[in-house]
Structures are given as structure tokens and as C-alpha cells.
Design a protein around this ligand. Sequence first.
Ligand code: NAD
Length: 439
Amino acid sequence: MEKWVEEAVVKPRPSSVVAEPPKQGLWDTVLTQLDEAAQRLKLDPGIHAILRQPERELTVAVPVVMDDGQIEVFTGYRVQHSSARGPCKGGIRYHPDVHLSEIRALAALMTWKCAVVGIPYGGAKGGVRCDPRQMSQGEIRRMTRRYTAMIMPIIGSKRDIPAPDVNTNAEIMAWIVDTVSMLERKTVIDIVTGKPIPLGGSVGRKAATGLGVAIVTSELLKRKRRKLSETTVAVQGYGNVGSAAATILHQMGCKIVAVSDISGGLYAPQGLDIASINQHVAAHPQRLLEGYEASGVEKISNDELLTSDVDVLIPAAIEAQIRADNAPYIQAKVIVEGANGPTTREADEILHDRGIIVVPDILANAGGVVVSYFEWVQNLQCFYWDEAKVKRNLKRIMVRSFKEVWDFSQEQQEPLRLGAYMLAVDKVANAVRSRGTFP
Ligand code: NAD
């Protein structure tokens, strides 16, 4: 036996064997939202019970040889909430807070999201509990390959198609393609979306979620007869979603007055220079805002960003950022949820009572999965679109979906979130019913 294996067996790292934290928050919220929609729709109790449970949950142990030769065993998950409307679809995240109930909630959100925008997928999500900021590229690559091998029994182009999410990207998707192709002894590029373009990725996928956020923001402002050029915006989270949303809204004429990431925030009441911020982030080794300096730009905390004096607030970082403790102080008139589950249930009620409009995650951030769907279609057909076609089709779907949710919510006199849930749950329930799962 080689030396590193012997050492590894006797010296597992304590951090890799920590128990799962007992966190139910987002799953409870998602279930409550489903229950409310089911009640309003007078949904058959049997179908309601089917939708309250994920179809399949897989927990896997992911042993990785770290750079120092020791083995660390990470815990990973893949949850498939519903395949009633089509193959399951959902991202993979790498984060220290990943746990089963969070992944379960995110999988259910994917089911509703695909239904709201009318693309033929069910919902899934995956993740590995790890801190990628403390890991080398090699460690992340080895972890990705092992995690992929462990979830392979349940993923597949017509079963469940992963994609990037928090702390995963096109490069990681390419490693997944390679692992599956190696093990299946053929090239399998339609196993994931969000791939690099030379490997069958779609043009326009990277900025798609941010573009979708910008499109629904602009549709909402139109309904409120508010000009983009008179609108101020704050964006929390400057990763894939947040940076694209800020950049596109800035190009559309909005004034981006605050942005933040894990390293803190920047605020300039006269408007931030988004191009120079993007240059700074691109050059930063960890792609952070940290260290950015410009005249008239103040440093603020994430809490200050959330309660800053703006028209539109876009939470685009992680879940549970807008809570009962800060919701009473939010000054934005509109919140567009770039992240999944950024608003807790208690905060949602406070915002509603205060007359703040919330465009829910299942509609606002659906642009990513819509272009992932385009990527999958292009892979299946081996025929590739140009950027103009991707953007045109994305815009058509986002504008139509926003209109459906807006009109229905107005008609029902309900908040946009409940309206979106009612439309989505009804579509999924119809699929379950017509397949005859429930007699
Ligand atoms: P990302 O990893 O690219 O970016 C996340 C950003 O949030 C980073 O700038 C990070 O520094 C920041 N952040 C993390 N924790 C924070 C905190 N506590 N306070 C402030 N900032 C913090 O991830 P992403 O792909 O942009 O995803 C962001 C959110 O959008 C997630 O909720 C994800 O599920 C959701 N989402 C992503 C996509 C997609 O296409 N990537 C699609 C739909 C929804």
C-alpha cells in the first residue's frame, strides 16, 4: 500500500466528519408556500401530498486526496423533487452550509421555476458541503470527479441534468462531462448545462440569469410607469448573477448605487462605475470587490446595502438575507430576487404589509435555467444558435412569464409570489394527474 493511504486512514480531518447542521429554514418556507398555493387552488390532497415530498434523495460520501496527501471525506447530495413535467434540472453548489434540507428546498424551487416559465423540466439540486475558498483547484477537481461518479446512477441527459450554482462554474461542468464520458466510454456532453462554449455550452448562458433579472426588473418598472434612467439599484452578491444583473441594468440606464459581496460593499449615491468594478473583480485572485477604491465611493457592510435608500434591491448572493430583523428597515420599493430563497417567510409578510413589491426567485432568476434549456436543446440537436437568437428567445419567455404572473396576481389580488406559486403548482399538478400517478 502506498504511504499516503496508510496515513490517511489513521488521520481523517475532523472538519470532514462534522454532523449535518439541523437547518430546516428554507425547506419550511418552500413547503408553506406550496401549502398556501394548494389551499388557494383547492388542490386534491393526494396530489398535494405527492408535491410535498421529493421523489428521490441521494446522500454520498466523497473521499478526496488533499494536496497534503491526507484524505478528506466530503458529504454530497443530489435531490430530485419532481420529474412530472420532464427530466429533473438544477445546479450544483459547493458551500460550507450545504445540507440536505437546503438542497431539498432548492430542488423544489427548481420544479416551480421550470413550471412558471413553461420549460419542459422537473426540479433537482445538488451540492457538496465544503469550503472551496480553502481548497486548491486540484482538490476541487478531484472532489468534482468523485462526486460526479457517486451521483451518476441518478443523473443523465433524459433523467437529471446538473448545472452551475454557487461556487461552481463552466470549468467544473467540463470536469463533470469528462468524468461521465470516461466512465461511459463515449462523449456525453448533454449531461450538464453551463458548459464552456467549445464543449457544447451555449452562447449567452453565463449572463442569462442576470439578463433575466434585468428583463423582469424592466417589465415591472414599465407597469409602474417608472423610467429606467430614473431608477436607483442596489445589488447584493457580485458573482455570476449579481455582476451580470448590475452590468445589464447599468447598460439599460439604471443608476447602480450599491454592490456587495462576501468581502463587503461599495456605495456611491451618484452611481458606481460598473465597468471599472468589473475590471477590478476580473483581476482579483478570488474575483472579489475587496480592495476597490474610487473617488466618491464609500465602503458599506452587507446589512447597510440591504437597507440603503434605493428604488430596486436585488439580493443575488445566498438565501435568508432579508429577514424579520432587517425587513422593517428596507427602503427599496421593489425587490427582485436574483438569489434563490433570499427572503424568509417572516420577512415576506413584513414586506407585503409595507407595500414593497417582491418579484419572487422562481420567476426573477429563471433566465439561467431557460438558457440551460436552450443549451440542452442545442446539444440534443447538435445544432448551435447565435447569441442574438438566444437573447431573443430568452426575452420572449421572460416577458411572457412575467406578464402571466403579473396579470394572474392582479386578478387574484395576491402578491406576485403566491400568484407565481399558484400558476406553477397547477401546471405540475396537472402533469402528475395526467400521467396517472394519482388515480
Ligand atoms: P456565485 O458564487 O457566482 O456568486 C455569489 C456571490 O455572492 C459572490 O459574489 C459572493 O461573494 C457573494 N456572497 C456569498 N455570501 C454572501 C454573503 N453572506 N453576503 C454577501 N454576499 C455574499 O453564485 P451565483 O451563481 O451568482 O448565485 C447567486 C445566487 O443566485 C444563488 O442563490 C443561486 O442559487 C442563485 N441562482 C444562480 C443561477 C445561476 O445561473 N448561476 C441561476 C438561478 C439562481
